[in-house]
Ligand binder design. Structure first.
Ligand code: MEV
Length: 451
């Protein structure tokens, strides 16, 4: 530990300015300049800034991510413009390109297959499983009734608890059982709703067990380990697909449609079978998914965790997309679990999140699932199409060019010249850097010359 830094107590109670001063003093060393930088990211409207400050604890400033838009997404015959919050240079461009490609080939067809969420009371109990099961069946209606006040509003909206069941897990862990709840949470992601219900059920379960007449003192003891929703929602699934005639797949003449189809199919087969490739393949899908999930104020960690568990549901990590070629038709699809909310959380608070929802026509949760699954499919199609044709670097580095020029301190005119120069050339950090110094008529200081 650095000598002048001691653990700090009660930090969250300090004022924002005091927190900044502490940070600057202990970790940043260059005082006013850094504080200025931090403050330059504050919103000019104090109320809006306060809103952001209150999203989390210890907010000192805001962290910008580009908010881009990808137009031309035809999904179930509605034309969407997708909001995407992402830092990676080529993602929005690739999404927009894939959307445009499929626009003239029928667009995306998406459907929600199921919408159930799950959560568990994890508990430890020592005794006869059959006796516990019988007891659980007897008190099931009390357990459900004990949550009535929490579920009343959700029931009015058409959701609530679908079922609760006792699950014997003692073969996996001694004395381990679960009460598994299944829920419909309508347009909310449902985390708070589910967790509150589970905690209430656990409390009632413990109390009922303590009063159970036919149970011994030992059998009346239960240790509630934890009550928590699962972010794995294999019964909350959305599917999106694109399809066209094989002969309509190719735009240019760099490859025949048959060669393209064969290579594309093989690329997907590789991602189905080879975890090294599957990970990158699915990462590309999540480029599109996360960007819209973030822009719409949803929990991208939950969506990510769930997608990857689903991708390994049969014991091996595999591609989330698949392809089928039959009777001259090419069909490319994704099936992915996704727990989203269009009410609650940040959705009615964060101004840009509200805007994102507005752009999408204020979709409900199921509509948003379809939109986001289509974004993932588009992103994956774009990536695999590039990979099996031109290679990924051509498009990627073209988009990265401005980052390289910015890093070198290029001005707007130099950036424009670079864009023009590299229109028909391959961009690399080296070639862009060389071009920049050449433009300025100075020697590249990083150039290593052989003696
Ligand atoms: C880069 O962010 C994503 C890709 O690597 C995805 C892929 O390889 O399929 C291009």
């Amino acid at each position: 530990m650095q000598e002048n830094i001691q653990p700090v107590k009660g930090f969250s109670k300090l004022s924002k300015d005091a927190k900044l001063e502490w940070l600057s003093d202990k970790y940043l060393q260059d005082g006013d300049d850094t504080i200025e930088l931090i403050k330059s990211y504050w919103h000019k409207d104090a109320k809006t800034q306060q809103l952001h400050d209150e999203f989390i604890e210890n907010t000192i400033t805001n962290f910008y991510l580009p908010f881009g838009i990808a137009p031309n997404f035809m999904i179930n015959d509605t034309l969407y413009c997708l909001p995407m919050a992402i830092e990676e240079s080529s993602v929005v461009a690739a999404a927009a390109k894939a959307a445009r490609y499929w626009l003239t080939r029928g667009g995306f067809k998406a459907e929600v297959i199921s919408t159930k969420k799950v959560g568990h009371v994890h508990f430890s109990w020592n005794g006869d499983t059959e006796k516990l099961q019988k007891f659980f069946n007897e008190i099931k209606s009390q357990l459900l009734a004990s949550t009535d006040d929490i579920t009343v509003n959700m029931r009015k909206r058409g959701g609530g608890i679908v079922d609760i069941e006792l699950i014997d897990k003692t073969l996996e862990e001694p004395n381990y059982y679960q009460i598994q709840g299944t829920f419909e949470t309508c347009d909310s992601m449902g985390a708070n709703f589910i967790n509150s219900i589970l905690e209430s059920i656990a409390k009632t379960f413990k109390a009922e067990l303590a009063n159970a007449k036919s149970f011994t003192t030992k059998e009346k003891e239960v240790s509630i380990i934890m009550c928590i929703l699962s972010n794995y929602t294999p019964e909350c699934i959305v599917r999106s697909e694109v399809s066209c005639k094989v002969e309509d797949l190719i735009d240019g003449d760099e490859m025949s449609h048959q060669e393209f189809t064969d290579k594309f199919k093989q690329a997907i087969r590789i991602a189905q079978k080879e975890p090294y490739r599957a990970t990158t393949h699915n990462k590309g899908i999540m480029n599109g998914i996360d960007a819209v999930v973030i822009a719409t104020g949803n929990d991208f960690r939950a969506v990510e965790a769930c997608a990857h568990t689903y991708a390994s549901r049969d014991g091996q990590y595999r591609s989330l997309t698949d392809v089928e070629v039959k009777n001259g038709m090419f069909k490319f699809f994704i099936e992915i679990p996704m727990a989203l909310g269009t009410v609650g959380g940040l959705t009615s608070l964060h101004p840009m999140v509200k805007l994102a929802h507005k752009m999408l026509g204020n979709p409900n949760a199921e509509e948003l699932m379809k939109i986001i699954a289509s974004a993932g499919l588009a992103q994956n199609f774009g990536a695999v199409r590039s990979l099996v044709t031109t290679g990924i670097q051509k498009g990627h580095m073209k988009m990265h060019l401005l980052n390289i020029m910015n890093q070198l301190g290029a001005n707007d005119a130099e950036k424009e010249k670079a864009k023009h120069y590299f229109k028909d050339k391959v961009v690399s950090v080296q070639s862009a850097t060389n071009y920049f110094y050449q433009l300025r008529g100075i020697k590249n200081p990083n150039l290593v010359t052989k003696k």
